[in-house]
Design a protein around this ligand. Structure first.
Ligand code: CTP
Ligand code: CA
Length: 227
């Protein structure tokens, strides 16, 4: 079957994946987060493991399980923790895929006690988190580095800009506004764009099938780099 055919493609390779949202807390009972379910990133980790890779999966808070023994799962909560774990595991990887939806901002102050409501409006001051993918792009040597881009308008143009800015080898652009794609669902529609601006559209399919396709395209481009 298809899984067995794909089985050997990533044998001997190391794949690092990040998945899910991050949570940035403001007090013991409240946090800021986003709508990522983690399904796309988990599908990539499972597909890579089934294709023979040794997988490290850095997961934000998600309601998903992993069963494949080839997946080493590291659970994190915040963007800062994800930054630390991605850097700690980056050096010996062949392919690194940053499917996580990292919070761009976090509360500037974190309160140790539950905040009590006040009579008036409330303004929360937020500060930028580190851009994990940008920092990995700056440090990358041989790793084939893939980012994701969640866009609601001009997906290919914005995606291409992110690819260049973050020194990526490829970017997977998600139009989160289109039907059958994006948050929570089991299907997706994406566009894979490589460094040479070659565009591969992957039409509506299960996240698992899309995961396999992304990994195949990454292998194609990585071979081309080495040839
Ligand atoms: N990313 C990251 N660290 C951040 C923010 C984003 O590693 N602090 C990564 C995501 O995991 C994804 C890629 O950058 O692989 C693009 O994320 P996206 O939110 O689409 O882009 P941003 O660069 O954050 O820009 P914006 O949200 O303004 O579109
Ligand atoms: Ca962002």
């Amino acid at each position: 079957n298809a899984h067995q055919k794909a089985n050997l493609l990533l044998a001997g390779k190391r794949v690092l994946v990040s998945a899910g949202p991050t949570q940035e807390k403001i007090d013991p009972v409240r946090f800021f987060t986003n709508r990522s379910s983690g399904k796309m990133g988990f599908a990539i980790a499972e597909a890579a493991a089934d294709m023979g890779a040794d997988v490290t999966l850095v997961a934000g808070p998600v309601a998903l399980d992993t069963s494949n023994p080839r997946i080493e799962r590291i659970d994190v909560t915040t963007a800062e923790q994800m930054y630390e774990e991605m850097h700690a595991h980056f050096s010996n990887q062949d392919i690194v895929i940053k499917a996580a939806a990292v919070a761009d901002y976090r509360p500037k102050s974190v309160y140790n006690e539950k905040l009590k409501k006040q009579p008036n409006d409330w303004n929360v001051e937020m500060e930028r988190t580190k851009d994990i993918l940008l920092s990995l792009g700056e440090k990358k040597l041989d790793q084939f580095l893939i980012g994701f881009a969640a866009e609601t308008t001009n997906p290919e143009e914005y995606g291409m800009n992110k690819l260049k800015k973050k020194n990526l080898d490829a970017i997977v652009v998600n139009n989160v506004a289109s039907d059958g794609a994006g948050f929570g669902v089991d299907t997706n529609i994406v566009t894979y764009i490589n460094r040479n601006q070659k565009v591969d559209k992957i039409p509506l399919a299960s996240k698992r099938e899309i995961a396999e396709k992304i990994l195949e395209l990454a292998l194609r481009d990585q071979k081309e780099d080495k040839a």
